[in-house]
Design a binder for this molecule. Structure first.
Ligand SMILES: [Zn+2]
Length: 301
């Protein structure tokens, strides 16, 4: 499943083609993805200029002139690719994005085609999704905060709003395991399984410890929570940076942008040596709330 840094990378990869372009036509090749497309979706977006691309949690937002916003989610297997030039030319497709698993490019899974007229001529942004867990919706910008997928989301792990005092207020008195508390999207929006594992490993904190143990009796963050907060932000920033450089590398290579193979320090490394300097532990895996947790029982306390 694409994580926040991957969606951010997709946004950055699509922005140069989409921002400022005219969305001439949205071609829907089936009536639904995970959910049916909104009624009149194609009619509502046709002929509108794209003002900006943005992201909230793992949602990609395509903001249109006139106040509508297309909300897109990549689900498990969704990806976008860009084709430029006339349709018959068979121009090189580019798949902006950076994902842990390779993307399908089988044309039978091309479900949506945005036909654009941009500064450098016609282009097509194609949404491909073999498993169809992704979806697209349309909302008014003024009503986004109340949208069913967006309301109640916590702070982004990318901005200054996520700080230790905020997390302390959320964690105070909680016996819930730290791993689960960090995955709660009402606390941190878009932080997923991989990066929670990585941030906990960087912090030397056990995923099993009670979230409330990081808060002192007066409700203030302990030093460990201050450090954890910084590492959450760093792990996401590092991954976004890696996504950005993968974007550049792929453009230079052959114009085809794949999901990047980001190397993780602890995620997916069960049985391998812990990389914490001076630690002789071995990475272990356990299942918490149905999700795999990778951690070092030796140095994560
Ligand atoms: Zn270790």
């Amino acid at each position: 499943m694409p994580e926040l840094p991957e969606v951010e990378t997709v946004k950055r990869g699509l922005a140069p083609t989409m921002e400022g372009a005219l969305l001439v036509r949205a071609e829907l090749r089936r009536p639904d993805l995970r959910f049916p497309f909104p009624e009149n979706f194609a009619e509502a977006v046709a002929g509108r200029r794209i003002i900006a691309l943005s992201r909230r949690a793992k949602y990609l937002m395509i903001e249109l002139e006139g106040g509508d916003v297309i909300i897109a989610h990549l689900g498990m297997s969704g990806s976008f690719r860009i084709e430029t030039g006339p349709i018959e030319a068979g121009a090189d497709p580019g798949t902006p994005g950076a994902f842990h698993h390779p993307r399908g490019k089988d044309e039978k899974h091309d479900h949506v085609v945005f036909h654009l007229d941009g500064g450098s001529g016609p282009a097509r942004v194609i949404y491909n999704d073999p498993r169809r867990f992704g979806f697209m919706d349309l909302a008014r910008r003024s009503a986004l905060a109340d949208h069913v997928f967006l309301r109640g989301l916590g702070e982004e792990p990318t901005g200054n709003a996520l700080d230790a005092a905020y997390l302390a207020a959320r964690f105070a008195g909680k016996v819930q395991p730290l791993k689960a508390a960090l995955l709660d999207q009402r606390t941190i929006a878009g932080l997923g399984n991989i990066y929670v594992c990585e941030a906990l490993w960087r912090s030397g904190l056990s995923p099993k410890r009670a979230a409330g143990t990081l808060v002192d009796k007066r409700g203030r963050p302990k030093q460990a929570l201050i450090a954890l907060t910084e590492r959450i932000r760093a792990v996401i920033a590092d991954a976004i940076a890696a996504g950005g450089s993968s974007l550049k590398d792929h453009i230079q290579a052959d114009g085809s942008l794949g999901y990047f193979q980001h190397s993780f320090s602890v995620y997916d490394r069960e049985g391998e040596a812990c990389r914490t300097p001076g630690c002789h532990g071995t990475v272990a895996r356990m299942v918490q709330a149905g999700r795999s947790t990778f951690y070092c029982p030796h140095c994560q306390k």
